[in-house]
Design a protein around this ligand. Structure first.
Ligand SMILES: CC(C)(COP(=O)(O)OP(=O)(O)OC[C@H]1O[C@@H](n2cnc3c(N)ncnc32)[C@H](O)[C@@H]1OP(=O)(O)O)[C@@H](O)C(=O)NCCC(=O)NCCS
Length: 360
């Protein structure tokens, strides 16, 4: 049975930066509260639709792997903030890339969508159903955010990244995975206004209300991720000492510290970028993985522990053994269209649109 190894990686971060000070211009909050409770200093706000971020990430990941778009057998787009629900996001990337031989599906498990997609693609590679897959994790939360609610508005950001998985006979790639879900408490993280339940019932798309029980989510996140990490470390026989780098979901620095501590891996071997991007939901782990490579934190044959949690409440962990190559084979010249507004102007636009839809 072949293994599924990661041979390409690429990210696409929207350039507009929204700082904690920017948030304090329209919310009753401050940098000290946000930093001490979450570790977040700034986040990105996209000036383009999610499909654009997905396409640029995908083109970069393909060039990194040295593959042609026509080599792809499958594209998985992990997200809960699709541009349209029909048709799906993955088919848009298939069209833009010209990946005419690829099937295309979306996976929505909220913040763990990339990781659930990783399991789906690697299982299909191991079964011999496909050989080359593109797995994207991307999210555009800003148009769906309730910017009047300080409990959630300070936590999230936009972003996207993609990885290429290929069949290999080498002893590398996704070595173990564990998926789980605390469905019994699914209502503690709920976004009202997204979904057909609200259609034609006085809601306008994007006019959301967030139910968010922060402290309970925090507790469950630590329990779920720790349980999943224990399972995959046990299955591979690696143990904490065998982990070279933890690449966790980036929702809150205190959660990352608690999970690393429970896994027995010190923070020096745990990748953190939550201070720069906040919680980008499905994009956090792939963006962190790409940046781990860019920063030289992933060595050939390194054992990586990826772990995440999200609405549902879904949670997961993967052990990934890296291959010999930690540098891209090539680069793509695809870029985002130029930015013409500040992050604060984009957010103020979302707020005005929401007020407009409420008054309509
Ligand atoms: C959200 C979270 C940061 C809140 O931290 P906390 O220490 O639990 O804070 P609390 O909820 O107890 O709130 C404490 C106070 O701060 C206030 N507060 C909340 N948001 C605030 C903000 N942005 N700025 C200032 N004050 C804020 C609350 O109103 C509360 O005030 P009160 O005591 O007068 O009622 C934390 O619970 C958390 O990170 N949870 C996990 C969330 C997460 O990662 N979700 C990701 C889902 S994928």
């Amino acid at each position: 049975m072949p293994n599924a190894t990661i041979t390409g990686w690429g990210k696409c971060m929207p350039p507009a930066v929204l700082t904690n000070a920017d948030l304090a211009t329209f919310l009753d909050t401050d940098d000290e509260w946000i930093t001490s409770r979450t570790g977040i200093k700034e986040r990105r706000i996209s000036h383009v639709p999610l499909g654009e971020l997905g396409y640029v990430s995908a083109a970069r990941a393909l060039a990194c792997a040295g593959l042609e778009a026509t080599d792809l057998d499958l594209i998985i787009f992990g997200t809960c903030s699709f541009d349209e629900q029909v048709p799906n996001m993955a088919s848009g990337v298939q069209k833009r890339l010209g990946a005419v031989n690829a099937g295309a599906m979306d996976v929505n498990t909220a913040c763990t969508s990339y990781l659930y997609g990783l399991t789906t693609a690697s299982a299909m590679i191991r079964q011999g159903i496909i050989r080359n897959a593109l797995v994207i994790g991307g999210e555009l939360i800003s148009p769906l955010m309730d910017w009047t609610n300080r409990n959630v508005a300070v936590l999230f950001g936009d972003g996207c990244a993609a990885t290429v998985l290929q069949a290999t006979d080498a002893d590398e790639g996704v070595l173990a995975d564990k998926l789980g879900c605390f469905g019994d408490v699914r209502e503690i993280l709920l976004v009202r206004g997204m979904g057909q339940r609200y259609a034609n019932r006085g809601w306008h798309y994007g006019d959301t209300e967030w139910v968010f029980e922060g402290q309970e989510i925090f507790k469950r996140a630590v329990i779920g991720m720790s349980q999943a990490c224990e399972t995959v470390l046990g299955a591979t026989g690696l143990g904490a000492d065998g982990v070279d780098l933890v690449v966790p979901h980036q929702a809150n620095l205190r959660i990352i510290e608690a999970v690393a501590k429970r896994a027995g891996v010190p923070m020096e071997r745990t990748f953190v970028n939550v201070h720069r991007y906040g919680n980008m939901s499905a994009a956090t782990v792939p963006v962190a993985l790409v940046e781990s490579l860019e920063d030289g934190r992933v060595k050939p044959q390194a054992n990586l522990l990826l772990t995440g949690f999200g609405a549902g409440l879904t949670w997961s962990a993967h052990v990934v053994r890296w291959g010999a190559r930690t540098h891209p084979l090539g680069a793509s010249d695809v870029e985002l269209p130029p930015l013409e507004k500040t992050a604060l102007e984009i957010v103020r636009g979302h707020m005005a649109a929401k007020r407009g839809s409420r008054e309509a």
